[in-house]
Structure formats: C-alpha cells, structure tokens
Design a protein around this ligand. Sequence first.
Ligand SMILES: NC(=O)c1ccc[n+]([C@@H]2O[C@H](COP(=O)([O-])OP(=O)(O)OC[C@H]3O[C@@H](n4cnc5c(N)ncnc54)[C@H](O)[C@@H]3O)[C@@H](O)[C@H]2O)c1
Length: 320
Amino acid sequence: MAILVTGGAGYIGSVTVEALEAEGYDVVVVDNLSRGHREAVADDVPFYLGNIGDRSLIQRILNENPITACMHFSAFAYVGESVEKPQMYFENNFVQTAALLDELIAGGVMRFVFSSTCATYGEPHTIPIDEKHSQNPTNPYGWSKLFVERMLSAYDNAYGLRFVALRYFNAAGATATRGERHDPETHLIPLALKAAAGEIEQLSIFGDDYPTPDGTAIRDYIHVSDLAKAHVLAVSYLENGGESDFINLGNGDGYSVREIVDVVSRVVGRDVPASLEPRRAGDPSRLIADASRAKTVLGWQPEFPDLESIIRSAHLWRAR
Ligand SMILES: NC(=O)c1ccc[n+]([C@@H]2O[C@H](COP(=O)([O-])OP(=O)(O)OC[C@H]3O[C@@H](n4cnc5c(N)ncnc54)[C@H](O)[C@@H]3O)[C@@H](O)[C@H]2O)c1
C-alpha cells in the first residue's frame, strides 16, 4: 500500500510526505519541478519527474507501485498570475487533474485527497466561513479549484470515487527540515521575514482602509504541520470507509497584516520596513474559517494555532 503524492516537491506536499512517512505510510511522489524543489523530497522516496496530466507516466507509476490513494497538491497557485494567464491555470489545475483522475480510476485508485482553497468561496457574506457558504470565486485560480470540486462530486456519484476536498486558508510556518520557498514569493509571512532580513527593500501593505480594527486585511493562518496532519487523518478517514466531504482547514482566528508585521519584528528582533499601497482588486477584508467540521469529521486538532509559533517556525527554517 502506498500513497501517490502529486506536487510532493512543493511546500505543503513536501511537509505532508514527511508526515505520512512518520505515520508509516509508503509514499511515491510525482512532480514536474515547475515550482518545487527536488531536495525537498528525501532520496529514499520514489520520485517521478513529470506532469500529472501525462497519462502514460501515471499509468507507469500505478504499474510500478501498489498505490491505494492519491493526495493531489500539484497546481499553480498565484491569484494574480491566474488573472493574467487563465489558460495556464485551467490547463494545469483542471485539465491535467481530469487526466490524472481518469488514470487513477482506470487503475482502481478510488481514494483522493484534494488541495482545495478558501478562494473557491469568493467574497464572503458571513464570517467565519463554513463549508455551506456560497462558492463564487473572484479569480481563475479559485474557479480552477472549484471545477475540480464539482468534478469530484460527479465522479463520486457516477464511479464511486471517495474524496476529501480540503479547503485551506493560508498555509504558513515550517518544520525543522521543510518550509516555504516560492519563487516569486507572494505570501505575507515569508515576505515580511525577507523584509526584516533586508533581502527585499520593503514589504508592501495593500490597503489600510478596510473595515477592520487597524484597517489592514485579516486572514486565517494555519501551520503547515497542522495541514499535513489533517491530510493524514483524511486518508485514514477514507480508508475506514468515510463518505466524500468538503472540509475547511484554518485556525478559526484571524490576524491582520499589521499584526503579522508586529509579530515578525518581535520574533526577528528587527523592524519590518513596509510601504503602504492601494488595496488590490478582489481582496476581501476578512477571510476566517469555521474549521469545526475538520474537528468533528476528521478528529483534527491544530497543534500550533498561535501566530507566534507559526512565525517563529518559519524564521527558524529560513535561518537554518
Ligand atoms: N500555500 C497556501 O497557502 C495554499 C492555500 C490554499 C490552497 N493551496 C493549494 O495547496 C497546494 C500546494 O500549495 P503549495 O503552496 O505547496 O504550492 P507549491 O507551488 O509549493 O507546490 C506545488 C507543486 O506542484 C508542482 N506542480 C505544479 N503543476 C504540476 C503538474 N502539472 N505536474 C506535476 N507537478 C506539478 C510544482 O512543481 C510544485 O512542486 C496547491 O494545490 C495550492 O493551490 C495552497
């Protein structure tokens, strides 16, 4: 029995590979390294270089390994880029996922854990956001993920595929050995750490006139180890006959951009040089998860919910 992890050389995938191995699972990784790092996958983990939409590659992986479930992390995940290059996003995130699913189902792999996103909700009309909230994405990235969610429901209904679609809020933090290394980096915490270290001139803060206590946007940050743990629980939930489900993963707490900047400067012991820019179009003022289903359905409990430990782990990983 082995788990196929797509995008296992990326940030969240590589941390989850570690977590699966720690739980005794055999893991096989497929990644085209378009955005990932070969060294993020340990040498003893079988690694296939290529696209998840390459049908013959997926067939070969299934022939060579006793795969019983797939965790699907691989995707492009920059909102701004998806607005400029929607074709690239629908092809990579939706069309290639459709090919992957065809091959998995043809090979009898009927358990699937999907990296979905809070971007499928669009502009929230209630906070915290639960899984029944309407889904109306404001960008092609969110739509590419929502299309996959819809496809998964139809495949469950028609073919008996069992899936858990995990809708992450903002992944952050690091383990001792794996962390965030996106290029270009667009996420707030690594950018604030880079600004504090003098690696970039300054951090851009987009908007300070939101209806929030300090005027900056509020987001829900979840430690990447807690995300990884939820994936391990999701696969065991499916192994135990669990029904397909959509589940939010967040802390249920929000922090503003200014709060992040303050904690980063406290953790690093240096100021974070920052410039104030206008709001970005389509950026909601608050995105906070109602993560109660993750607790009731999966038995998940975040181990590192506080912001300081999330930021400290990211800082330690960068400084290693
Ligand atoms: N980082 C977040 O805060 C966040 C939030 C919500 C959802 N997600 C989702 O979680 C998943 C992982 O995010 P991440 O931050 O680890 O991203 P990442 O870019 O670090 O990892 C994605 C990996 O997928 C690989 N990849 C991309 N397209 C591929 C393809 N067609 N074939 C094979 N490999 C391919 C890349 O090389 C990379 O290693 C993504 O699906 C993303 O949409 C991330």
